[in-house]
Ligand binder design. Structure first.
Ligand SMILES: Nc1ncnc2c1ncn2[C@@H]1O[C@H](COP(=O)(O)OP(=O)(O)OP(=O)(O)O)[C@@H](O)[C@H]1O
Ligand SMILES: [Mg+2]
Length: 317
């Protein structure tokens, strides 16, 4: 079977240009996401979601190679190499403090906003290093959006929460009303809010606010959505809605989720990365490292590493 086609969004794949570059400067770097010619991908069925057929190795959208992440002199994450697959949901799990959020934030340069934070190694998006000097971090964050643990709508109307991103990024939009509706429909919120678009987003429930934040992320047409424990502030019903939504969104987006909820990872993720923190000799600093990355079924049924097994069986963490 051929490798899956590249993502169809015209605005999303390809080079991340600085604001001074024009589209004619952009070679088809997105070709880097295609599997090498003639390399057959063995297909295996996973238990995730609807039991999708997945290639043994993911088609990379984002790739980390030997990534270390520091806060000042403290190395929070050591030597992470990991591929996030196109139109897949990848979960990152592990005990508190093992660096999941740190790794997630480095995937769209959100760590840039933390004084003293520093990334070494390579993080690439369709083959292009996102920390390269000619890359615009704002553009990186538009292509690779983020949804946070606590819903954080702006103090604006529901409509303006969605329209804000397209407006400030200068997106060419034929009809803002249509774009707002599409984003709210994609986030499974339209029916609940269509009659109160001009009301404050603060009037929504927590679960609705989180779906609004997902709609806001989608509105600027990213290719990848990062989610840091997006359901931890939600009740089981709102959580189930977000999980259903993630499965829907996977058709059009690549999703990377940090979760403490192992059932959630088992339910929604195609692949799972398990991290842990290890105390360094001498300093005692607890540095996060990737222990194991595999199909979710494998991680939860037959992990290769004892530390993974101890964690998923509740003996640790
Ligand atoms: N802004 C920061 N400044 C300094 N150190 C930080 C900062 N953010 C995180 N750290 C440290 O980096 C390490 C990893 O933290 P991180 O928040 O990535 O862990 P986590 O796996 O997401 O944990 P949790 O499951 O509790 O959210 C921890 O030792 C933490 O104290
Ligand atoms: Mg975290």
């Amino acid at each position: 079977m051929p490798a899956p086609a590249l993502h169809a969004h015209p605005h999303t794949t390809g080079r991340i240009m600085t604001s001074t570059q024009t589209s004619t400067d952009a070679p088809a770097a997105s070709g880097a996401a295609v599997a090498p010619e003639g390399s057959p991908r063995p297909h295996v069925e996973t238990q995730s979601g609807t039991g999708r057929h997945l290639s043994e190795t993911p088609v990379p959208v984002i790739e980390c190679e030997n990534v270390d992440i520091y806060y000042g002199g403290f190395r929070a994450v050591n030597d992470v190499s990991l591929v996030y697959g196109q139109n897949e949901i990848t979960a990152m799990i592990g005990p508190s403090g093992c660096g999941k959020s740190t790794v997630l934030r480095c995937l769209n340069r959100m760590n840039d906003l933390i004084p003293g934070a520093r990334v070494t190694g390579r993080v690439s998006y369709h083959g292009q290093g996102i920390y390269d000097s000619d890359v615009d971090p704002i553009e990186v964050r538009r292509r690779i959006g983020m949804v946070f643990q606590k819903p954080n709508p702006f103090p604006k109307s529901i409509y303006d929460n969605i329209a804000y991103g397209p407006r400030v990024t200068g997106m060419q939009v034929e009809s803002m009303d249509d774009l707002v509706e599409q984003a709210l429909r994609a986030a499974a919120l339209w029916d609940e809010v269509k009659d109160k678009l001009k009301q404050s987003a603060y009037g929504l429930s927590g679960g609705q606010q989180q779906r609004l934040c997902i709609a806001r992320t989608i509105a600027v047409r990213p290719e990848v959505i990062l989610m840091d424990e997006p359901c931890s502030a939600l009740d089981p019903i709102a959580t189930a809605r977000i999980e259903d939504l993630m499965e829907d969104l996977r058709k059009d987006y690549t999703i990377i989720i940090v979760t403490h909820n192992m059932q959630q990872a088992a339910r929604v993720a195609d692949r799972t990365a398990f991290f842990t923190a290890q105390a360094a000799e001498g300093t005692g600093d607890r540095t996060g490292q990737l222990v194991e990355f595999d199909l979710t079924t494998k991680i939860f049924s037959n992990p290769a590493d004892k530390r993974t097994e101890d964690y998923i069986s509740g003996r640790f963490g």
